[in-house]
Design a protein around this ligand. Structure first.
Ligand code: MG
Length: 341
């Protein structure tokens, strides 16, 4: 098994502000596997919120001997995942890069798209939201106009101008909005804002309170007129039994959980707790977005627009029509490089 990886800077079309940070670019590490003449791709986008950076991902990948068991066998995905999770140098997005690449490889070796490996109907892929970051009101309005082809908006909140942003969007469109506060509110503030947002054609609220305020979130869930979705509280499957009482749904992201193998386990665990499923993303290329898109027939909501926010996505193959994710009918993820160099 030949493995190579390289750092790629993903540039954003617009600077992207959420409740805790503003970014103009993200670091991505693209992993390429070669096995029996077949090339497969994975991707890590390290997240500062979870104490990761590109250096840690590079060190994690360098700690793997891809020629030894289980990594030398492209079908030993469970053992590969276990070996990654017991490696102290591993980080969640590095595990995701490896897991995504092995799924892509497995699909290509079997000649099947990922959705078929997972037994899913591509016609049941979801409509993705398009995300509007926090910004000056005139910039928000411009972004909403640029997002005209997307039927659902995800709007970042959690700073001082929350209502102003929603009212500015409502001057332009009545389309449904999903709100993400990124841990930016206190519980009383959250309840007051959610009661107001419920009258603004808002569908749900993602992570209103800090992840360490679980009991406050349960208090809020009891009173909220809108569903409450965990994101920063929902990392891996072991989190689900601990947080289920405080949320109505989970946002599952490949970069947090470590790839489709863990995401599938999270989806089934969450269903057993009666939770709804959202599939989300970081700002990622079409590799990781594509891998998540193939899972979307299993979810209720999708926020898989990370590649659409980029000015230099180095891969292509994942398209959207009227907001709906189109799953490529090609082996593996179905994406191809368009100039990584
Ligand atoms: Mg979120």
């Amino acid at each position: 098994m030949k493995a190579e990886w390289k750092d790629v800077r993903l540039n954003l079309i617009h600077p992207f502000t959420i409740a805790r940070s503003t970014r103009t670019h993200y670091d991505s590490i693209i992993l390429t596997l070669e096995y029996n003449g077949v090339t497969a791709y994975g991707e890590a986008v390290p997240t500062l919120r979870y104490d990761e950076d590109a250096g840690k991902v590079n060190a994690a990948l360098a700690s793997i001997d891809f020629d030894s068991e289980p990594f030398s066998d492209p079908f030993k995905l469970e053992d590969i995942d276990s070996a990654c999770r017991t490696n102290p140098l591993m980080t969640p997005s590095a595990i995701a890069a490896i897991n995504i690449a092995y799924w892509d490889l497995q699909g290509k070796l079997l000649g099947q798209p990922l959705y078929r490996l997972w037994g899913l109907d591509p016609m049941k892929s979801l409509v993705s939201t398009f995300t509007i970051g926090i910004d000056e009101i005139d910039v928000i309005k411009q972004k909403v106009k640029e997002a005209e082809i997307y039927p659902i908006l995800k709007v970042k909140q959690g700073l001082d101008n929350d209502k102003e942003i929603i009212l500015a969007i409502r001057e332009l469109t009545d389309k449904p909005i999903r709100v993400d506060a990124n841990e930016g509110w206190s519980k009383e503030e959250a309840l007051e804002k959610i009661e107001w947002l419920a009258g603004q054609n808002v569908e749900f609220i993602e992570q209103p309170l800090p992840a360490d305020k679980l009991d406050d979130t349960a208090w809020l869930k009891e009173r909220s007129p809108l569903p409450i979705v965990a994101d920063e509280n929902s990392i891996v499957k072991e989190d689900i039994p601990k947080i289920a009482y405080a949320f109505d749904a989970l946002n599952i992201k490949l970069m947090k959980c470590g790839g489709p193998t863990e995401a599938l386990k999270m989806i089934h665990t969450a269903r057993s707790y009666g939770l709804k499923i959202m599939l989300g993303c970081m700002c990622e290329s079409s590799i990781a977005i594509g891998a998540a898109a193939h899972l979307s027939p299993l979810a209720d909501w999708a926020d898989l627009d990370g590649n659409l926010l980029l000015s230099n996505d180095p891969f292509r193959g994942i398209d959207i029509k009227d907001g709906k994710l189109l799953l490529p009918d090609k082996p593996g993820i179905g994406v191809e490089p368009i100039g990584v160099d």
